[in-house]
Ligand binder design. Structure first.
Ligand code: NDP
Length: 318
């Protein structure tokens, strides 16, 4: 990308948006003007509010992260809200990008939108191959339609709208609310609270056996910036750690116990749902482009996130 680019990042105040802001701040400007948006700048569910944002900043490029995002338990009880809000947000952002002549849009899908019944590892060609897991079907179908829309905008109008498929993300600035957060921030918050209360047990919901790939938000940020500057396919690209880096929820809990130096026991509440057993993603498309990319080791990333939460727990989203 050359000088004079105006890049808006929707969802710029969230976990991934903040990580992109951190990485961009560490770089030379490259003549790019980055604008990080939050819902305070306008509700993207609303076409007029979205139009005002596009008219105000006149972006040439868009990284579209804004979404209604939540963990397993929030999704289970709010599938309609996840479906409708995300459909509106995505339609407004893509349509206004088209109407205002944006050159490139990179939107975010997720590995949890893949078919529930599938073979593993999953890859980019399998997004639409069957119904998603029933726990998050609202979020999943709304996300899948971004890929459908990207192809339709490309076919009908020649737009370069693409998408990335991250695995589970964690890091500083995550949502640490116990009702609506993902597994790592939820467990960080729980363990922090347990330690504050002087508990000798750390209770983890579910059996601890499900397998997950976790990407550190700062690694994902570097990869999304690379996609914006260098990736020229409409087809999505999986942005995930390697398959060998998959861990169980039990291993996550053990890593957190180490980071907090907690001396008590981990207890698994097997009366609670586990969600999908695994959703192993194949990152070979990414590895073909970037064979040398170094992911932050999981223990280092967990430690950094825990340290961030300890310092910022009063202002973090909880
Ligand atoms: P967060 O929940 O941390 O942040 C969501 C962002 O979206 C916030 O900036 C929020 O603004 C904004 N937002 C939400 N609703 C609206 C709205 N109606 N109008 C304007 N802005 C809105 O999300 P993440 O950073 O975790 O996720 C970023 C993207 O990555 C999402 O598209 C998500 O689906 C995807 N993803 C996330 C994964 C994860 O594990 N976190 C895994 C895979 C994909 P405000 O701060 O003002 O509320």
């Amino acid at each position: 990308m050359s000088a004079g680019k105006v890049i808006i990042v929707t969802g710029g105040s969230g976990l991934v948006g903040k990580a992109i802001e951190t990485i961009v701040a560490e770089e030379d400007s490259k003549g790019e003007n980055w604008i990080f948006l939050s819902s305070q700048d306008g509700d993207l569910c609303d076409y007029k509010a979205t139009e005002s944002i596009f008219n105000k900043y006149k972006p040439t490029h868009v990284i579209h992260l804004a979404a209604m995002v939540g963990g397993l338990f929030h999704n289970l009880s709010h599938n309609l809200d996840f479906l409708r809000n995300n459909l509106h947000i995505n339609d407004n952002v893509l349509q206004l990008s088209y109407e205002t002549g944006v050159k490139k849009v990179v939107s975010c899908l997720s590995t949890c939108i893949f078919p529930d019944k599938t073979s593993y590892p999953i890859d980019e060609t399998m997004v639409h191959n069957g119904p998603p897991h029933p726990s998050n079907f609202g979020y999943s179908y709304a996300k899948r339609l971004i890929d459908v829309a990207n192809h339709a905008y490309h076919e009908q109008h020649g737009c370069m709208f693409t998408s990335v498929i991250p695995c589970n993300v964690f890091g500083p600035h995550d949502n640490f609310n116990l009702e609506s957060s993902h597994v790592i921030p939820a467990l960080i918050r729980k363990l922090y609270d347990s330690i504050e209360r002087g508990d000798d047990k750390f209770c983890v919901l579910g059996s601890g056996t499900p397998l997950r790939q976790f990407i550190y938000s700062l690694d994902l940020a570097k990869l999304i910036i690379w996609v914006l500057r260098n990736y020229e396919e409409v087809e999505p690209i999986i942005l995930s750690v390697d398959e060998q880096a998959e861990v169980t929820i039990k291993q996550v809990a053990e890593e957190l116990v180490k980071s907090f130096n907690f001396k008590g026991d981990i207890v698994f509440d097997t009366t609670k749902a586990d969600g999908q057993y695994k959703k192993t993603a194949n990152n070979s498309k990414l590895r073909n482009y970037l064979p040398e990319f170094q992911f932050t080791p999981f223990d280092v990333a967990v430690k950094e996130t825990v340290e961030w939460f300890k310092i910022n727990h009063k202002t973090a989203r909880t």
